[in-house]
Design a protein. Structure first.
Length: 244
């Protein structure tokens, strides 16, 4: 029984696999290249919710974690994790900190109206939020020292103080933003697999200042986090833990 981890880009994927001493086994499956270490299959699915959803769906349906096909695992995927770096809302989630999502929220899926933004659910269709298993969120936070809160999925990275303030007003429990979590959650939900999102903070949400970004520090924090939380994730894949 395996865990699927979906990142946006290869440097994030490699940051996850560096938490292990073994060299990853590389498996080619339709639509994805899986890097297998321990109980984890890690794929760099591309930036944005659409690419993330497609990559997660292909990997989940590939059979790599279900005991069939080339490189088959010992059982089906029992958990999907959206992982990588992201922006943190100051002062709650400073650069270098780790965040685990208590809610995965599509922050810009909806419609603009004369009265402001209306989320897709208020339009009468779709959904805007997924909730990871609370006990898993608790255990991951305890193992890694991560902050918990909502992680917003956006299609456009925030680049102004005004936009950052608007997001915090609309989502007062948000602690970070990224671009892939909601897409991964959509794919996981359709195959009835629990989802989790973990982000290492590389920059503050707000005015875009690349000189202030600490991508290397965030990638190091991501590696350290997976070194600590892997036993938690592996424990979650057992039927007993899934139904606690």
């Amino acid at each position: 029984m395996r865990v699927l981890v979906v990142t946006a880009v290869p440097v994030e994927r490699d940051a996850v696999t560096r938490a292990f001493t073994d060299r990853p086994q590389v498996l080619d499956v339709p639509g994805a290249e899986l890097h297998r270490v321990g109980a984890l299959d890690v794929v760099a699915g591309g930036a944005g919710p659409a690419s993330a959803a497609a990559a997660a769906a292909f990997a989940l349906a590939s059979g790599a974690g279900a005991g069939v096909g080339p490189g088959a695992g010992a059982g089906p995927y029992r958990l999907v994790v959206s992982a990588g770096i992201g922006g943190g809302f100051a002062p709650d989630a400073p650069v270098g900190s780790l965040v685990v999502a208590s809610g995965i929220v599509a922050a810009d899926l909806g419609a603009e109206t004369p009265d402001g933004f209306v989320p897709v659910t208020a339009l009468g269709f779709g959904r805007e939020r997924f909730v990871p298993p609370p006990d898993l969120v608790r255990d991951v936070a305890a193992a890694t020292g991560a902050l918990t809160g909502e992680v917003l999925t956006v299609s456009t990275v925030t680049g102004s103080a005004g936009r950052a303030a608007a997001l915090r007003t609309a989502h007062p429990h948000a602690v970070a933003e990224a671009m892939e979590g909601f897409g991964v959650a959509e794919a996981a939900e359709r195959l009835h697999v629990p989802v989790l999102e973990i982000r290492a903070v590389s920059n503050a949400v707000g005015p875009r200042d690349r000189d202030a970004w600490r991508i290397g520090d965030a990638l190091t924090a991501l590696t350290e986090a997976f070194g600590k939380l892997t036993p938690v994730l592996e424990g979650w894949t057992t039927p007993h833990d899934r139904h606690r």
